[in-house]
Write a protein that binds this ligand. Structure first.
Ligand SMILES: [Zn+2]
Length: 361
């Protein structure tokens, strides 16, 4: 059982739900983050606006453990023509060590009918994969990703930040890599923050199956405050899932009671979002058309103890902070300010995040 946070872009779950994620982990609950629109189209012909708007708006396994990626550890001593330091292995010494290791392996294995050779060089002897080259942990595409990052690929940068955050938060990360709205033909704020196009449907089937496979005890979708099309589409998946059981002839999975919605931070802060009633009365977003036996109720997560951890986690998203907040200090102020406001709305003496949870009547 796990708590699944559906994040339209890398950073949305951390921004909106970082406090609850930290609380859940402290309680020993499993957390999975599904990042939906993190993919790139061709980044070669991006206009400056597109490059900027990416900010708003393969599948990774477990968080990257870069400390164990040898490629990230520079040599202390150059490997050029300089003379070797006294402690460095020479070919002769390595051969001697290999011979010793072979003899030891032979002694160890002599009671069995076969013999394994030792390999101190960490090289493949018979074409079998070497453990260091297998991505059991960490980003499958780490080398490609870091190269792409070096080449200033904005989506690669954001994905790396997402993986670092998942590692920090002890969450597993599932990256769907659907192309960001700017790669699906949305141009300018009016389109990016407008109504999703008819030929750009919400990825309901894909997300439903990814989520169902995790057997979640709770799934958190964005409310779509701020109106970014990617956020709206992800929210619409949540709404569609709530309606699932009622559409099926045979009883289907009951998502009402499991699906919950989070307030998109910082957009909810900037818009002074107060209640889901603002969405019910607003543009066609589905909250006014829920099944008659489903209601949405606010739930307050007291994050006072996790507030600083949430802020620390957000500093990982270096590429986003300047554009979103102006800097990490302003980010911290905004997180504290919004947390205090929500805490007050919930009558809590402290900081809170608010979730709007579906409930079967
Ligand atoms: Zn977003």
């Amino acid at each position: 059982m796990t708590h699944v946070f559906v994040s339209p872009h890398p950073d949305d779950a951390a921004l909106s739900c970082g406090g609850l994620i930290a609380s859940l982990r402290e309680l020993g609950q499993n957390v999975a983050i599904v990042t939906v629109f993190s993919g790139s189209g061709s980044t070669e012909h991006l206009t400056p606006y597109q490059r900027e708007a990416l900010g708003f708006g393969s599948k990774a396994l477990w968080p990257v453990t870069e400390a164990f990626n040898r490629a990230n550890i520079p040599n202390d001593v150059g490997l050029g023509d300089e003379p070797l330091p006294p402690w460095a292995a020479t070919a002769d010494r390595l051969d001697a060590t290999q011979a010793d290791a072979d003899a030891a392996a032979k002694r160890f294995w002599q009671r069995s009918s076969w013999y394994r050779r030792a390999s101190i060089h960490n090289e493949s002897l018979a074409g079998q994969p070497v453990i260091d080259q297998m991505s059991t942990q960490g980003a499958v595409l780490t080398v490609e990703l870091t190269e792409a990052e070096a080449a200033a690929d904005a989506t690669a940068t954001r994905r790396l930040e997402d993986e670092r955050y998942a590692y920090f938060a002890e969450a597993s990360l599932i990256v769907l890599d659907l192309p960001d709205a700017v790669f699906r033909g949305y141009e300018g704020d009016a389109e990016l923050l407008g109504t999703p196009r008819d030929d750009d449907p919400a990825p309901v089937a894909l997300l439903r199956s990814e989520i169902a496979r995790l057997e979640p005890q709770k799934v958190y979708f964005p409310l779509g405050v701020g109106g970014h099309v990617d956020h709206q589409l992800v929210r619409n998946v949540g709404l569609a899932m709530i309606g699932d059981a009622r559409r099926w002839v045979m009883p289907g999975p009951e998502w009402a009671g499991i699906v919950s919605f989070y307030e998109d931070f910082p957009y909810a802060w900037w818009n002074d979002f107060r209640s889901i009633d603002e969405l019910r009365e607003g543009q066609a977003n589905g909250f006014g058309e829920l099944p008659y036996d489903v209601t949405i109720v606010p739930e307050y997560a007291n994050i006072s103890d996790q507030l600083e951890r949430k802020i620390n986690g957000l500093t990982i998203y270096e590429s986003q902070l300047p554009r979103l907040f102006g800097g990490s200090r302003q980010m911290a102020d905004a997180v504290r300010g919004y947390g205090r406001k929500i805490g007050a709305l919930g009558g809590l003496n402290g900081h809170a995040e608010r979730y709007w949870s579906s409930l079967s009547l």
